[in-house]
Design a protein around this ligand. Structure first.
Ligand code: PTJ
Length: 254
């Protein structure tokens, strides 16, 4: 791993980037995943590289929705497997969710590497690797359409961290609630999901685990109230306004 001096002004961002590069070298991340990360970095810069109030609201609603779901599932791609494998397994436990590997750039070796990494980081079971269990999700032409019959296919809530846009709509049309992590509030995923966490998965995932743990002590009625009062359009709009304010400040016209 490249040495990043601790006092480098952008050390944190560079260290996250290194995790991706390491994930690529270890056969977890697709080449295109490195580009996707760069896009995320740009938006992270624009939201101030911190978890804002709008993301915290979405995280609370996401935790409540996951706890209320009958069969929640976390969909894992190469980038998320490289960035937060331990957090995925912790979140699965805290929210009683299943885990499924689902790739856009389908590659058998990479799929197996991701399963191994998740298991090494504490996952009991990882779906999506057994061809005999796969079914087609309708309304989708990409490789992502192949989903496990006992996993994403049967789930009532799917967490899609760091997604390309086409699948969220297909999942929604199939009647599933979709929770997404996406630093780009303008992306199709962000705009289509029921709950969009506009935050870096590196920060937001930990907060989501904590939120699931603390909300698990609450009763069903109060969890339902959190979800009912949540407004994703408003949260997305707040994130766009934050970017606008940031740019105005930098342009010194505010
Ligand atoms: O491993 P695979 O084959 O399933 O492929 C995964 C990628 C990510 C390559 C694939 O899903 C893809 O091409 O995604 P996109 O269309 O580039 O979208 C990724 C979205 O995630 C973009 O909107 C980015 O802004 C956002 N993003 C990138 N890094 C982060 C992020 N959001 C949250 N946290 C990040 N660290």
């Amino acid at each position: 791993m490249t040495f990043i001096p601790k006092n480098h002004p952008r050390a944190e961002s560079l260290l996250i980037r290194e995790k991706l590069v390491e994930g690529f070298n270890d056969g977890l991340v697709a080449k295109e995943g490195l580009l996707a990360h760069g896009r995320g970095e740009a938006y992270d810069y624009l939201i101030g590289e911190k978890t804002s109030g709008f993301a915290k609201k979405a995280i609370t609603a996401a935790a409540a929705a996951m706890l209320l779901a009958d069969s929640p599932i976390i969909s894992v791609n190469g980038n998320i497997a490289a960035l937060c494998p331990k957090e995925i397994t912790k979140l699965a436990k805290a929210s009683k969710s299943k885990i499924e590997v689902n790739l856009f750039y389908a590659n058998e070796k990479r799929r197996q590497n991701i399963v191994k990494t998740l298991k090494k980081n504490g996952a009991d079971e990882v779906l999506g690797a057994d061809r005999r269990s796969l079914k087609k999700l309708s309304g989708l032409d990409s490789a992502r359409r192949f989903v496990d019959k006992d996993g994403i296919f049967a789930a009532d809530l799917v967490l899609v961290p760091l997604e390309d846009g086409d699948r969220t709509l297909a999942l929604s049309k199939a009647g599933k609630k979709v929770v997404a992590f996406d630093l780009n509030p303008l992306s199709r995923t962000a705009q289509t999901a029921d709950i969009t966490i506009v935050d870096n998965v590196i920060r937001g995932m930990r907060l989501l685990i904590d939120s699931c743990k603390s909300l698990s002590k609450q009763n069903k009625a109060s969890l339902e109230k959190i979800v009912k009062n949540y407004d994703n359009k408003k949260v997305l709009s707040e994130s766009i306004v934050q970017i606008q304010k940031y740019l105005k400040r930098r342009a010194k016209i505010a």
